[in-house]
Structure formats: structure tokens, C-alpha cells
Design a binder for this molecule. Structure first.
Ligand code: G3P
Length: 230
């Protein structure tokens, strides 16, 4: 499963990317608004930083303007994927843009039937929002399982399942087990995915024990040892 980061914050993207774990980035109008910066400059900067799909969302609600926005967004950088809401007009725009060879991410998916429609319209990615379903007392994971099954049943459907609205590390593990192709994860959750108190405790113990080793300078000791054998 690929890991995308769900943010428009450059510092977060830069930090997570430096860990070597980021395959792409998703943004949405709310995430862009949160940063208070120019939309296009931000998308371009992100796409230069991460060499993978970077979702940039259209805001028009009618297909002709969505298509116009999408065609322009795709010109900003080769990594841009045009994000489109799952509406009648969005499907029209998705179909038109995919025929132009432009990658699309159809977003705000809350039921499996919507995912089938998006795939039929040629979506590159479908974004089911699992956290927002959980918030309503509906099992978000079940939606991912259902879409993965539907797509697997028809090899003609090439759409990737991009699990979105991820709230915690358990969500990530569950969608990976369910066969999602991508999970887009907020920075806070990515950080949680690295931490475990037993790791910290074990590390502290190793360092404490190391203090009893006579020569603790690994670099100096190794350099001298290598030189003596050269
Ligand atoms: O980017 C779309 C999605 O991941 C948003 O998640 O946390 O606003 O429900 P959230």
C-alpha cells in the first residue's frame, strides 16, 4: 500500500518525506485554506518536493468549469492529480479529463455504489472517507472492503482505492489489510505510526548499558580499525 500525506503544510510534508515513507500528497480546499497561502504556488512547491501524485482539488460545481480548472491544474506540474467531488457534474468532468489522459482523484465517496460510478467514469483514484463515516456510527472500514472487492471483481476497472479521512494508526493497518492501494494520512497520524513506548524504553536501556563499554566512540573506533586493515 502506498502512503500519501494528507496536508498542504510544507513543513509537515518536508519532515515526513525525509523519513523516506511518502509516495504522494493529497490536499483539499479546507487544507489549502488552513495554510493561508497561494493555492497554485503551494501545489507547485509540494509537487517539486514529492515526486509522486499530488492531488489538487477543483472548486467549480459545473462540469465545463471543472474541466477548465482541471486542465489548468494539470499544467502546473506533471505530478498533479485533479481532485473532483463525486457529483453528477464531477463524473462528467472525471470522464472528460481521463479521456485527455489527466489523472483524477474522485473525492467525498461515502458509499460503494459511488465508487463503482467513479471507476466507470475513468477515475484514477477513489477517495472513500472512512473517519467521517465512523463519526456517524457507520463502519468506514467496511466501505473500503466493499470497494476493494467490487474493483477486484472487474479487471476492467483500473481505479485505485485511496483510503481517506484516516484518524489513527489502526485505521491505516485496517485499510492496508483490506487491500487499499493507498492511504492518505495526516501528519499527526504518521507520527503516531512511528512511536511505541517499548521502543523508547528499549532504546533507553541500550544507551544506559552502552555507557559501560570502554570505548564508546563507534566512528573513531571503526575508522581506526578499517585503517589498520587497509
Ligand atoms: O483529504 C480528504 C480527507 O482525508 C479529509 O479527512 O479528516 O477532514 O475527514 P478529514
Amino acid at each position: 500500500m502506498k502512503i500519501f500525506i494528507d496536508t498542504a503544510n510544507l513543513a509537515e510534508i518536508r519532515e515526513a518525506h525525509s523519513w523516506g515513507v511518502i509516495d504522494g500528497v493529497t490536499t483539499n480546499p479546507s487544507l489549502i485554506a488552513k495554510e493561508g497561502r497561494d493555492f497554485i504556488a503551494t501545489i507547485h512547491e509540494i509537487a517539486e518536493l514529492v515526486d509522486g501524485p499530488v492531488s489538487a482539488e477543483v472548486v467549480a460545481q459545473d462540469a465545463p468549469t471543472m474541466i477548465k480548472e482541471g486542465l489548468l491544474l494539470a499544467k502546473v506540474h506533471r505530478n498533479v492529480v485533479v481532485k473532483i467531488p463525486l457529483t453528477y457534474e464531477g463524473l462528467k468532468a472525471c470522464s472528460a479529463l481521463s479521456k485527455e489522459g489527466i489523472r483524477t482523484n474522485v473525492t467525498l465517496c461515502f458509499q460503494a455504489a459511488q465508487a463503482l460510478m467513479a471507476a466507470k467514469a475513468g477515475a484514477t483514484y477513489i477517495s472513500p472517507f472512512i473517519g467521517r463515516l465512523d463519526d456517524l456510527g457507520v463502519d468506514g472500514l467496511q466501505l473500503i472492503q466493499s470497494i476493494v472487492k467490487i474493483y477486484a471483481n472487474d479487471p476492467a476497472l483500473k481505479t485505485n482505492v485511496l483510503a481517506a479521512s484516516i484518524r489513527d494508526p489502526l485505521h491505516v493497518v485496517q485499510v492496508a489489510e483490506a487491500g487499499a492501494h493507498v492511504a492518505t494520512i495526516p501528519f499527526k497520524v504518521l507520527k503516531q505510526m512511528v512511536l511505541h513506548p517499548m521502543t523508547d524504553r528499549g532504546n533507553e536501556q541500550f544507551l544506559k548499558d552502552w555507557k559501560t563499554v570502554p570505548d564508546q566512540d563507534i566512528i573513531g573506533q571503526t575508522t581506526r580499525w578499517l585503517a589498520s586493515r587497509a
